[in-house]
Design a protein around this ligand. Structure first.
Ligand code: ZN
Ligand code: ZN
Length: 172
């Protein structure tokens, strides 16, 4: 859904949106995501206020199962027109202005904006559960289901190699 910025009336517009996003940038799918937003414009500056709710499908970074997580966030965003001077200059955003987004060609892409906000609020390393035990690095068993028989001493094969290396050095 796109909004033509110059057509936003003085009283603002209310947007209700519901979308599903397929595998954005290698992640699992998002959605359905609903957004209720009020969009207002003062001159060229656009403000977006509202709520975004929905579910995202993630993969646990420890045990690799797919799971759903509920999303609920409020947004309070400011958008300025992106003046295309030289592309590099235009994309350089000062650090203290990270809350300011940019729109191009008098168009604000609401769908894209909602997706961006959801992605920004996803954990870097999603966990199906804080207590997730993950997979055994030796045999690959899901330790949430049952413990395996592997020795827990040399949990990381890379560490095991290092240990051997150190031992060899001592001996020589
Ligand atoms: Zn897990
Ligand atoms: Zn194991």
């Amino acid at each position: 859904m796109k909004i033509i910025v110059s057509e936003i009336e003085e009283e603002g517009v209310t947007v209700d949106l519901s979308e599903t996003y397929q595998q954005p940038s290698g992640l699992k799918s998002l959605g359905p995501i609903s957004a209720h937003l009020v969009i207002e414009r003062i001159g060229e500056e656009v403000t977006v206020n509202g709520d975004i709710t929905g579910v995202v499908n993630l993969q646990c970074s420890r045990c690799l199962i797919d799971f759903q997580k509920e999303v609920s966030l409020s947004v309070d965003l400011i958008y300025h027109p992106l003046k295309e001077v030289s592309s590099e200059e235009a994309y350089e955003i000062p650090r203290d202005e990270t809350d300011i987004g940019f729109y191009r060609n008098d168009e604000l892409d609401i769908s894209e904006m909602v997706k961006e906000q959801v992605l920004l609020n996803l954990p870097m390393k999603p966990l199906c559960d804080e207590q997730c035990k993950g997979l055994c690095p030796m045999c690959g068993a899901d330790l949430n289901l049952q413990p395996c028989d592997c020795s827990r001493e040399d949990i990381d094969p890379r560490l095991a190699k290092l240990k051997k290396l150190l031992l060899d050095r001592k001996e020589s």
